[in-house]
Design a protein around this ligand. Structure first.
Ligand code: GRF
Length: 198
């Protein structure tokens, strides 16, 4: 049976869209998105969910996790996919869904990660460092920002004339190809009773 996936997003939701499009394009996706939840009422991800006919919800991310836990429980979510979700996941949620929460970060962790490292700040820091490559990291979520075990990374070359914007664009394009496939992979492993143990 397909894993029940809840997607948490704060922003535009292009990764959510990429996952929806990928699942619609393959014959036997290992998961199905049953909920899109956001801490921001104006999140584009919520609009995308509505357009796709997927239940969506806004919740208070400032509590101890009670609101989010209730949503996940109602949706009977097996897997939680963070796609541009900018808030900390409360410990209660991590404890309850340990090994079943994944995140994507637009940089090569452990570099350029941690609190305050998001969006264009990451790409500006990469350029300032003189690094010749950057990329994306998909990892399990634990109780530290950008810290849990790495599932996949993809490197993206830094070009001599790159700006933070051009770099952001190329990394995001790579995210749209890699994340949907990794979500499907993690869902397949969970369905086979091989959820991560760490
Ligand atoms: C992506 O770059 C993702 O890696 C980061 O936030 C961005 C979200 O973009 N965590 P979108 O909302 O999926 O368009």
């Amino acid at each position: 049976m397909a894993a029940r996936i809840a997607v948490l997003a704060s922003g535009g939701g292009t990764n959510l869209q990429a996952i929806l499009d990928h699942f619609a394009s393959i014959s036997n996706p290992a998961g199905t998105i049953v909920l899109v939840a956001s801490n921001r009422e104006k999140s584009g991800a919520l609009e995308r969910a509505r357009a796709a006919g997927i239940p969506s919800a806004v919740f208070d991310a400032g509590d101890d996790g009670t609101a989010l836990l209730a949503l996940l429980e109602d949706a009977a979510a097996d897997l939680i996919v963070l796609a541009g979700y900018l808030k900390h996941i409360p410990e209660s949620v991590i404890r309850r869904h340990h090994g079943c929460i994944i995140n994507i970060h637009p940089g090569l962790l452990p570099d350029f990660g941690g609190p305050g490292m998001y969006g264009s700040r990451i790409h500006a820091a990469v350029l300032a460092s003189g690094a010749t490559s950057t990329g994306l990291t998909i990892h399990f979520v634990d109780d530290e920002y950008d810290h849990g075990p790495v599932i996949a990374q993809w490197r993206v070359r830094v070009k001599i004339d790159d700006t933070a914007e051009s770099l952001a664009e190329r990394v995001l394009s790579a995210e749209h190809i890699v994340y949907p496939r990794v979500v499907d992979l993690v869902a397949a492993l969970n369905n086979a009773g091989l959820a991560a143990n760490f």
